[in-house]
Design a protein around this ligand. Structure first.
Ligand SMILES: [Zn+2]
Length: 564
């Protein structure tokens, strides 16, 4: 680190057009304008925060005022006072005004307009860079407009804003407008690695990649994070440092999550999610990373070519391409829809990010509850966080003389109406030892008719998804184990789900819907799947049980606790 107290961002602001990363279009246009001899004198730089608007304005100021050039130049000398002192408060020929704090009101604007009537001290122009220009109030803007209509010959005005549409049209029409774009991950990585080289900050490429992705398109945020990390870590900055300090999200987590979703493997999706969040990943960042990843998949599925600004290595791209093949575009669109909804609920409804993510994982991990065209997924018998993309079709297990098995999970879409002679969907990828039956629904105790009719579990879930999406999410992975006279038993994958269900009015909601489907009052009780003790809490591992054993166990559980 250097001795300067300035931030990394300020120490490494690009000083010429050549150093501007990711804004080639602006650099080229300004270079052309400057080389024409009589450059415009009123500019508007717009773009998201941290993209380099003020930096570009300062470069332009140097170009216009360099004392070692006969006139405006695209290649200022970087040695004269005008070049070196731009950005310093004591350099009066280039003044920076924050419109938000000092040129917002009419009186402030008048003061400033008065001050710029005087010719520059030692440069060719007097340049004013006005940040947050959209904050200028209406009457102050009218005063500014008057000056722009008849500017003093030495005056150059550069307005910078994140909200160009809020600048009144009559002013905007007098400005040359340049739009700075959000830097891509590649641009950000370029700047981050350049600055870390200059500052002797050692960081692994994975760490820089994470920083670039975490900085949300802002050079300032990216370099700020790098600075924090360099203070935080003893030696080389590793990916784990970024995750623990900033809640960054590893690509591996995102890829594994999407893999699990592609397989319809909610258990692994949950395990991945828990792992990432417990490891320090920030739920909002994880959500953003998932959106970006699914978007790349969707674009590939629609025939787009991969683009450099996605910032993917060859390996990353191979993974994304494989996932684009293993997922249906409906799944991807549904994923993006669900994530967008979740983001709205978080941003505007104050919903809990973590729960929202879990719901998305649950919904995506259970395509049976998604679009009707998605087939019942195959399921892994154990959490396999490093499983390869499931491109292959699940194949029926070989016949085996082992004990009859029943999958404890994954209710088929229409349990109540499953006909025994219908070819069942492919069974879970369970251990061959257990896999004797063609499919879970054939051996799961089918719900009997309740008073007034059958209960379709998937219909219950679908209705709950409309009525109370979070409750539907909690019930994912559960199923009806028994319907007797006026009583319904639901088996949940783990204790956490039962606890969640007991909160608030959740259980009441379920009972309400069940009653409607049963056609009369029912007592609802909840059991935790007997696989719970063998499963990591969140992993919902399916442990197949013998048909009779399952039935007996559920029955005894039910009898032991008639009401939960
Ligand atoms: Zn110069």
């Amino acid at each position: 680190m250097t001795d300067s107290g300035a931030s990394l961002y300020n120490r490494h602001r690009p000083s010429g057009f050549d150093d501007l990363v990711g804004q080639d279009h602006v650099a080229r246009a300004l270079t052309n304008a400057l080389s024409r001899g009589a450059p415009p004198r009123a500019f508007l730089f717009s773009g998201p925060r941290g993209t380099g608007k003020t930096t570009t304005a300062r470069i332009l100021a140097r170009c216009l005022t360099c004392q070692n050039s006969d006139g405006p130049t695209a290649t200022p000398c970087m040695q004269c006072d005008a070049c070196l002192k731009v950005g310093r408060p004591d350099w009066l020929d280039v003044v920076e005004v924050d419109a938000a704090s000092s040129a917002r009101r009419i009186d402030e604007m008048r003061d400033w307009l008065e001050s710029v009537r005087y010719p520059p001290v030692s440069s060719r122009y007097r340049v004013t860079i006005m940040d947050e220009a959209h904050q200028i109030q209406k009457d102050a803007a009218s005063a500014l407009l008057k000056t722009l209509e008849e500017p003093p010959p030495h005056l150059v005005v550069i307005l910078c804003t994140t909200h160009p549409w809020e600048i009144i049209g009559t002013i905007r029409s007098r400005l040359q407008h340049y739009v700075l774009r959000r830097p891509s991950v590649v641009d950000l990585k370029t700047v981050l690695s350049k600055v870390s080289d200059l500052e002797n900050i050692s960081a692994t490429p994975e760490a820089l990649d994470l920083v670039a992705r975490a900085s949300d398109g802002s050079y300032r945020d990216g370099l700020g994070l790098l600075e924090m990390l360099s203070a935080f870590s003893d030696g080389t900055i590793e990916a784990d440092d970024v995750i623990s300090l900033h809640g960054g999200v590893s690509r591996e987590s995102v890829v594994n999550l999407v893999d699990a979703m592609a397989r319809g493997d909610a258990a692994t999706a949950f395990a991945e999610l828990e792992g990432a969040l417990d490891g320090g990943a920030d739920p909002d960042q994880l959500m953003r990373a998932l959106v970006a990843h699914l978007r790349h998949i969707l674009l590939l599925q629609q025939g787009a070519s991969p683009r450099e600004e996605w910032g993917l290595t060859e390996d990353d791209l191979a993974t994304v391409t494989a996932q684009a093949k293993s997922l249906s575009d409906q799944q991807v669109i549904m994923g993006l829809d669900l994530l967008a909804d979740a983001q709205v609920r978080i941003r505007h409804g104050g919903a809990d990010s973590r729960l929202q993510l879990e719901l998305v994982a649950a919904k995506l991990g259970r395509p049976a509850l998604g679009p009707a065209t998605v087939v019942s997924p195959a399921r892994a018998a154990t959490p396999a966080s490093s499983s390869p993309p499931a491109a292959e079709e699940p194949s029926p297990p070989p016949p085996d003389p082992g004990p009859p098995a029943a999958a404890v999970e994954t209710p088929p879409p229409r349990v109540a109406t499953a006909a025994p002679d219908e070819p069942p969907p492919p069974p879970p990828e369970s251990e061959p030892d257990y896999a004797e039956d063609p499919g879970p629904e054939a051996t799961s105790p089918a719900p009997a008719a309740a008073p007034g009719g059958e209960i379709s579990w998937s219909a219950v879930i679908v209705e709950l998804q409309d009525l109370a999406p979070s409750v539907a999410g909690i019930l994912q992975g559960g199923r009806i184990s028994e319907v007797t006279d006026g009583a319904v038993t639901i088996v949940l994958p783990n204790e956490t789900r039962r606890t969640m269900l007991e909160r608030g009015g959740n259980a009441g909601r379920v009972a309400q819907v069940l009653q409607r489907h049963a056609g009369g009052p029912v007592a609802v009780s909840y059991e935790v799947s007997s696989s719970e003790e063998e499963a990591p809490e969140a992993a919902e591992v399916a442990v197949p049980l013998a048909d009779d054993e399952l039935h007996d166990r559920l029955k005894s559980m039910f009898n032991a606790t008639p009401e939960t």
